[in-house]
Design a protein around this ligand. Structure first.
Ligand SMILES: [Zn+2]
Length: 413
């Protein structure tokens, strides 16, 4: 019953379109780029956001600022803002996280000023409009809609606006989790609208572990007409690649939450060796990119490839060493029946009339920061995925749908 009080897409558009454009334009005008990309950080944008929340009369019960010290930026800190709004019950908190930092616009490809929002055909163009200001605007809009209707949320609302998502989260959500581990409870619902799809159909709950393997083979180079005088590192390396293809059969587990449902082990980069055709190479370097289901410890994969390498060393008289340019064990996935998943599915169904489904991805999202702490977090939003590209835009309609879904969740008993 309570849900029927929420305005529909058109009503929200009529009432809040100007609000959405105002917030997007204000945030876009203040570039918040991390020092890794020679930027000045998020402090000015955070100050703007605090003032804006006062100006548009969004009421809150507390604001906590967790500043991560960082000497590389003029303000000497990276801001993290935590707004809390009390619900009828304080038994749990519905969290929505957005990040304030952006990636640099790049020099080319923009049809308009990346820091000046341009509206065209229902889209707001500008760097950061989609990634991740859409989350900031839609979460604020969800709260504002409830307050304009004089509705109190069922449970507490927490809005978390963080720094440093684009370059690792060490000064952002990871810092918050380290400083205030008590802020978040396993029974809380944590929503991270930082990835998604155009129809809001996918709820990301899991990721695969990542293991990049660099394999260096050392043999002895010689003239190609006298192979017996050398040890062909390339031939040995190629043999190892063929053996490593058996990783697929030795780590065969499937989990249909992922697409593809299996672990993947693919040879990718190959470093250049000799320049001429008539030389047997004494050195060979190749790489694998592996995306591995969390049920397999990475050490097991490493041990298996070492055994094959031992066999190849013996057969070819070469020396093989491995190193791992990227290695990240995936956290425990958010269960597909976790309350945050159930609440979100229900809201998407009732607001947008669609059936969202849970997925796992091969990459990694910032939701993992929560999952590593055994806090059930999901990534979801209506996104056209123009992020990180020239002419990044955010669809006004997507902001509205996201906001209505969040408001729906706030009202769920
Ligand atoms: Zn992002």
């Amino acid at each position: 019953m309570t849900q029927q009080v929420l305005p529909d897409q058109q009503e929200v558009n009529d009432r809040y379109r100007d609000f959405i454009i105002q917030v997007q334009a204000g945030l876009t005008a203040i570039p918040a780029i991390g020092p890794e990309s020679n930027g000045e950080g998020e402090a000015e944008k955070a100050e703007y956001l605090k003032q804006l929340i006062r100006d548009v009369n969004i009421a809150y019960d507390s604001l906590e600022e967790i500043n991560a010290p960082d000497d590389r930026v003029p303000a000497k800190y990276r801001p993290n803002l935590i707004y809390k709004i009390n619900g009828k019950s304080g038994a749990k908190t519905i969290w929505i996280m957005g990040h304030m930092d952006i990636v640099p616009p790049g020099d080319t490809g923009w049809d308009s000023d990346p820091y000046k929002v341009e509206e065209k055909d229902g889209k707001l163009y500008g760097r950061g409009t989609e990634d991740n200001q859409q989350a900031i605007v839609s979460s604020l809009l969800a709260v504002k809609m409830l307050q304009d209707l004089n509705l109190q949320p069922e449970y507490n609302i927490g809005l978390l606006f963080v720094a440093d998502e684009e370059t690792g989260s060490g000064y952002g959500v990871d810092y918050v989790l380290e400083q205030r581990p008590d802020l978040f409870q396993p029974k809380d619902l944590i929503l991270v609208p930082d990835s998604g799809d155009p129809e809001g159909l996918t709820i990301e709950v899991a990721e695969k572990s990542i293991l990049w393997i660099k394999c260096e083979t050392k043999g002895i180079g010689t003239h190609a007409s006298t192979p017996e005088k050398g040890k062909n590192a390339h031939k040995a390396g190629a043999q190892l690649i063929v053996k490593m293809n058996n990783l697929y059969t030795e780590f065969p587990e499937q989990d249909n939450v992922y697409d593809p449902p299996i672990s993947t082990f693919e040879p990718t980069k190959k470093e250049k060796n000799v320049d001429n055709v008539n030389t047997i190479p004494g050195e060979d370097v190749f790489y694998f990119d592996s995306r591995i289901l969390p049920c397999y410890p990475l050490e097991e994969v490493k041990a298996r490839i070492r055994q094959w390498a031992d066999e190849v060393e013996k057969e070819f008289g070469v020396k093989i060493t491995f190193s791992y340019p990227a290695e990240k064990t995936a956290p425990t996935p958010t269960p597909v029946d976790a309350p945050v998943v159930t609440a979100l599915k229900k809201a998407v169904k009732e607001v947008a009339g669609r059936d969202a489904k849970t997925i796992g991805i091969g990459g990694g999202t910032v939701a993992a920061c929560f999952r590593y702490k055994n806090l059930p977090a999901v990534c979801w939003s209506n996104l056209d995925e123009s992020l990180h590209q020239p002419n990044e835009y955010c669809k006004i309609d997507n902001v509205i749908t996201d906001a209505r879904v969040f408001a729906h969740i706030f009202l769920q008993a």
